[in-house]
Design a protein around this ligand. Structure first.
Ligand SMILES: [Zn+2]
Length: 322
């Protein structure tokens, strides 16, 4: 059965861009008659804002989305908060270590940046890791462990990683050349996003991951982890981000108000869905649409692969349409 998910982080309020990704992932799951899972990605503890999880879930329900499993409703793959799933990430790291697929790295950020000829990898990883600690002997590891705790890096095999994305089509990344051995657990013990997301999507039997295309490049890293952990990968579909009128990433200065602000201003959820649908080429010319009305016949194949641009006037108009 098709199972989809949305995985918000309670580190900032939902804005129209997040809301559109949530809507599209929900439509993809419900349009296929599948289940929908809500998972809260709250591992970045210092940035997690108390109370925000509840607000985000309430705003998604206000928009007309619903889920079969999640932190507020439970389910067979519980818990649905990453902060409560640390033992699972530790077990996955243990398996990688036992098989020699993860090794301790003692480098600081500055040391990696300073390493000769380290070109920039994807923005979420920083410079390519030059492999400094790849072949440290046991005695050296023991000596350095006394000075500072290590991060753990995944030993990336050489060669290209390919997959077919549901929106962007055929994709190929060379993780060894572009990123190098990447971090799967930070020195402070927090598992890296790449590891946690793989462990969770597999444990929650997610069949298709629909998320923003800022994560397109990270998919190749995740596919390597699925393989290393003997897990079945889902299909992936990366939906274009919502940009401001000037083509830069959507921000406050574009007049993009958070969902909570729109709700407090008395905007109807059908007006928000109507705007998100028109940004996505769905729903025709209607300004007010209930989310469930978009379910019949929905297909991600109908999305335009380019970024959606949000006109400030369209957000402003929301307040007047009620
Ligand atoms: Zn290192």
């Amino acid at each position: 059965m098709h199972r989809g998910r949305f995985a918000p982080s309670p580190t900032g309020p939902l804005h129209l861009g997040n809301a559109r990704t949530a809507l599209l992932s929900w439509l993809a799951a419900r349009g296929a008659g599948g289940a929908y899972v809500m998972r809260v990605e709250d591992l970045d503890t210092p940035r997690v804002r108390p109370g925000l999880e509840g607000e985000i879930l309430a705003e998604l329900r206000w928009l007309g989305l619903d889920w079969d499993e999640g932190p507020d409703v439970g389910g067979p793959a519980a818990p649905y908060r990453q902060s409560e799933r640390r033992a699972r990430y530790a077990a996955a790291l243990g398996r990688l270590r036992a098989e020699g697929l993860a090794y301790p790295c003692f480098c600081s950020r500055a040391e990696i940046a300073a390493a000769a000829g380290a070109p920039h990898g994807p923005s979420d990883e920083g410079p390519r890791y030059p492999g400094t600690c790849r072949d440290l002997g046991a005695a050296e590891v023991a000596r350095r462990s006394l000075l500072r705790p290590p991060a753990w890096r995944f030993r990336v095999p050489p060669g290209p990683v390919g997959f077919v994305d549901g929106v962007h089509g055929e994709q190929t990344f060379d993780v060894a050349l572009e990123v190098g051995d990447f971090v799967v657990a930070r020195a402070d013990g927090v598992p890296a996003y790449q590891l946690a997301v793989v462990v969770d999507d597999a444990a929650m039997s997610i069949g298709e991951v629909v998320r923003g295309d800022d994560l397109l490049a990270s998919t190749a890293r995740q596919l390597l982890l699925y393989r290393a952990l003997g897990l079945e990968p889902p299909r992936f579909a990366h939906v274009p981000l919502v940009l401001g009128e000037d083509g830069t990433r959507l921000a406050k200065r574009h007049g993009a108000r958070s969902l909570g602000e729109l709700r407090a201003a008395g905007v109807a959820p059908e007006a928000v869905i109507g705007l998100l649908a028109s940004l996505s080429g769905l729903g025709g010319a209607r300004t007010h649409i209930a989310a469930r009305e978009l379910v019949p016949g929905f297909s991600l194949a109908r999305l335009t692969p380019g970024p959606a641009r949000l006109a400030a006037a369209a957000v402003e108009a929301l307040a007047w349409t009620g």
